[in-house]
Design a protein around this ligand. Structure first.
Ligand SMILES: [Zn+2]
Length: 179
């Protein structure tokens, strides 16, 4: 048996025929025992921004909501339907911090899962380095309670609530030491 489906007891009704005979079929799929329909809970795309100020400090946010309320995070969030990953990140950083990012460059991707209430969503997280011309209008909004600038080489990854942000920052620490 491969990895268990983390939502095996959460999806019971078939979206095709409406019967309650939907069973977990793989780590990400469910199959209806009534009509044979297969439902997939595929990975959602999300993006994170690595933004440095002129003192080589990384801009991090404080999460306003669960999961991980009160812990540190990188700015960013889920891509909306119809949006590119880049546009999604530009929009999220504007919504969260009122900042305009540009010169986005792909840095790395990490796999993640995001528990929200009773459902666990599989996530493909992508991190981008980006630039900001003017930090003067920075304002925490939306799902962000505050922000901090932390030194690239001296911070505790355990202060970050999300596994994905910890993984990206560990990679970034190594990358910026090599650079
Ligand atoms: Zn069915």
């Amino acid at each position: 048996m491969p990895d268990a489906n983390p939502n095996q007891h959460r999806f019971k009704f078939c979206p095709s025929c409406g019967s309650n005979r939907l069973d977990a079929d793989s780590v990400k799929s469910f199959k209806c025992r009534e009509c044979g329909f297969k439902f997939f809970l595929n990975c959602a795309a999300a993006a994170m921004a690595i933004i440095l100020d002129d003192q080589n400090r990384i801009l991090v946010t404080v999460r306003a909501k669960e999961p991980g309320k009160g812990t540190l995070d990188l700015p960013g969030g889920f891509t909306e339907p119809g949006e590119s990953i880049n546009h999604g990140l530009v929009r999220e950083v504007k919504e969260e911090l009122n900042l305009d990012i540009y010169d986005l460059e792909f840095f790395c991707s990490v796999a993640n899962s995001y528990p929200y209430k009773c459902v666990v969503y599989p996530i493909t997280d992508m991190a981008f380095t980006c630039k900001v011309k003017d930090f003067s209008l920075i304002t925490p909004m939306d799902d962000v309670a505050g922000f901090k600038f932390i030194p690239v080489h001296d911070f505790d990854t355990n202060l970050f609530g999300m596994d994905s942000a910890r993984k990206v920052l560990k990679k970034y620490k190594i990358f910026s030491n090599i650079k």
